[in-house]
Structures are given as C-alpha cells and as structure tokens.
Design a protein around this ligand. Structure first.
Ligand SMILES: *Cc1c(COP(=O)(O)O)cnc(C)c1O
Length: 398
C-alpha cells in the first residue's frame, strides 16, 4: 500500500487513450470516444474480480457510501450501527443522509464486535455498516446472520480492504452493498474514486441514478432521459477511471508483494510474548496493507510509538489519539453544525463522542499500533527496519 508505488507506463497509456479523444465524460459521445469506455470497463472488470453482479464507479469512497445509503432508502432519523474505529467518512455519510450513527464496540479484529450489536438495535435501526479496517476483515459472517435475524440492511465499508477475501469470497459481497475507495492512498487508486458492488439489480439501479442527478440512463439522447428519483452528482471522470483500470490490473501483484513483506515483520513480532497480533479471521484473505499489534498496556503502546518515531521508523500509527480514525476526536460532528443536514433536535440527541461508553474499544485501540506495509521496500530497507523495530521493542519491553 498504496498502489501509486507501482505507477508506470500502464497508467500513462490508459490516460493517453482518454486524452487522444478528448472525451472525459463517462456517458455518451459514442462516436467521438473511439471505443474507450474507461468507467464502464473498470466496472465490468471489478465486478468480475470480486464476483458481484453489478459495480458502479463513483467519484470517491465517501460518495459510494452516500449512494449506498440512498439506494437503501436510509434517511431522516434512521439509525445505522457503526464502529468507533474507521475513517470519519463512514460517519459523515450517515449524517449527510440525515440518519443517526449509533456506535457499537470493536473487538480484537479491529472491526465491529458481533457480540455487541444486538444490544444497540432499536426500532429505528435500518442498517449495520461494518468497516473492514486496515486491510483485514470483520467477522462478517456473524454480522451477516445478525442482520438477517433482525431484518437489517448490511452495507460493508470495504474502502481499506480492496482485494481481501474470506474463504475466497471477496469482502464487500457479504452484504447488500459493498463500498470501496480508490483515493490516492488506497490499495489501488484512481487519484480520486470509489465504487459500490451489489448482486441486487434494483439497489444498483437506484445508486446508478442517484449518483447522476436521477438520470435513468435509458436513452441515447441524455437530455431526453427521465428522472425517477432525487439525485446528486457523484460521477467519476474518465481520466480517473483510466488510472483505476491500469491499477486494477496490478491488484494481484500488489497483494502478493504486501503479503510477502508483511510476513517478515509478523514473524519477527511473534517472538515477543508481550505482543499480541490483531485477530485476522482468514489469514489467507488478508490484503496485508497493514500489520497491527497490541501492547499489554496503553502506557507501553505510547512509549513504543514514541520510540518508533525517535528511531525514524516511518508509517507507524497510534490510532487512539488520531483525529480522523477514532471517535474520541469527533465532537466536531456534533459541535460544528455549519451547513450539515441534521435538525437542531437531532444534534442535541447526538451523544458526547468524547465520553460515550465504549470501554472495550478504548482498551483495544489504546494498546494498538499499526504499521503500513510498503511495496517499494528493498531488502536493505526491510533489514534496517527490522533491526530498528527490534531495538525499540527490546528497549520498551525490557
Ligand atoms: C478512505 C476511506 C473512506 C472514504 O474514501 P474516499 O475515497 O477518501 O472518500 C471511507 N471509509 C474508510 C474506512 C476509508 O478508509
């Protein structure tokens, strides 16, 4: 991670196809585009890759989440259960829809704890959005059966785990809709972009229309098309789709390198009895963008991350005090009302995100450190890094 580490002639060639025709729009212009349909091609290839019936490429992962919520008819006052550890976009998309995020704990998978879901379900609950964080996966089959039992929609935020699988089945295909991000630092990138996948044709059609002002996409004359639903503009540009198409062809190569590099660091950490590794429900399906591990206490985790920084071991993150990924820094969602869409009363009812009771999640995240697995590391880089990490851990753990 990220896919831009493997940029090359393939991305240039795909972009040149688009530049040479001048057609940047993903729809229409049939005679001018010289057979180049980058967004459409990406959708076909991605759907094949994850074995889903439908894929819709949009302008970002956040747009994908919004289109998914809209397609599912989730809106005013509906409740959506989410984990407190994600990228803030998951929560933004729910509030943007006029719905209310309800937080359940995570477990040692760093994803939603299936055992903490049922107590959070109310008569207003419409959906659960598990987030497959940091390249690996939630216990999605257990979450899926809870959704079935309570007749809830399941939307998977797979933005950080493109290419990950459970028993060979792609993450994002367990729910009603799976959402992916191809922003500039994700496993594969369009520069900016994202997609939804689904096997439900009606959900696909609604998302497709919603992301293009309601256009029904049923007429060669775009201006004469009908609008059956309210819509917005979440369209992808052909240039971004073109980059994504080149990157998609590199996904298997990216995953293979990440897995190979991750194993070296994982084997080293296993030598420390005080360190436990993140629980990964299917090790073989891990996309291996990150290696995440737990120290015995919060104090030792803080000491470890500060030593790693001192030793210039780059790309390590302590999520607990991170502004963008953990709930304890998210009171802006409640306080900075600005142009945001909830009513005054809804805002008053949102909990204080600094103090909401999530003891188990706090314990897990406050002991956790993640390190990004790079594609571009040489054997020398890896040896130096292993050496530094061992020095840090020996210093901290004694
Ligand atoms: C990146 C990300 C998003 C949003 O994707 P963008 O393409 O940046 O809008 C949503 N959820 C998670 C978990 C992410 O990591």
């Amino acid at each position: 991670m990220p896919g831009f580490e493997y940029f090359g002639i393939e991305e240039k060639n795909e972009i040149n196809d688009v530049i040479s025709t001048g057609v940047l729009f993903r729809y229409g212009f049939d005679s001018q585009r010289d057979g180049h349909w980058k967004a459409k091609s990406f959708e076909q290839e991605f759907a094949k890759k994850v074995n889903a019936n439908h894929c819709l490429l949009v302008s970002s992962g956040t747009a994908a989440l919004s289109a998914a919520l809209a397609a599912c008819g989730i809106g005013y006052n509906d409740e959506v259960i989410v984990p407190p550890f994600t990228f803030v976009a998951t929560i933004e998309s729910i509030i943007f829809a006029g719905a209310i995020p309800v937080f359940a704990n995570i477990d040692e998978t760093l994803c939603l704890d299936p055992n903490d879901l049922e107590s959070k379900i109310t008569k207003n609950t419409k959906a659960i959005i598990p987030v497959h964080m940091c390249g690996s996966m939630a216990n999605i089959e257990k979450i899926q059966s809870i959704c079935k039992k309570h007749n809830l929609l399941l939307i998977e935020d797979t933005c950080q785990s493109t290419g990950a699988t459970i028993n060979g089945k792609a993450l994002g295909t367990f729910g009603d809709i799976g959402c992916f991000s191809f922003d500039s630092v994700k496993t594969i990138t369009c520069g900016e972009g994202g997609c939804i996948i689904t096997n439900d044709e009606l959900l696909y059609k609604k998302a497709d229309q919603y992301s293009d002002h309601g256009h029904d996409h049923n007429n060669i004359d775009r201006g004469a098309e009908n609008h059956n639903i309210f819509g917005f503009n979440f369209r992808i540009c052909e240039l971004n789709a073109a980059i994504g198409l080149a990157q998609l062809k590199k996904l298997d190569m990216i995953l293979e390198k990440q897995r190979e590099n991750k194993k070296l660091f994982k084997d080293e950490l296993k030598k420390y009895s005080d360190i436990s590794l993140r629980v990964v429900p299917d090790e073989k399906g891990d996309s291996a963008t990150f290696l995440s591990f737990f120290l015995p206490t919060k104090e030792l985790a803080i000491k470890t991350i500060s030593e790693l920084k001192k030793q210039n071991v780059d790309s390590c993150t302590y999520w607990y005090d991170n502004n963008w990924h953990y709930i304890r820094k998210w009171n802006h969602l409640k306080d900075l009302k600005g142009p945001a869409p909830l009513s005054q009363k809804q805002y008053e009812n949102l909990p204080d995100y600094n103090n909401l009771e999530l003891e188990k999640s706090d314990d897990i995240i406050s002991r956790c450190i993640s390190m990004q697995i790079k594609l571009s590391w040489t054997q020398d880089d890896i040896n130096i890094r292993l050496n530094k990490i061992n020095n840090v851990l020996k210093t901290v753990l004694g």
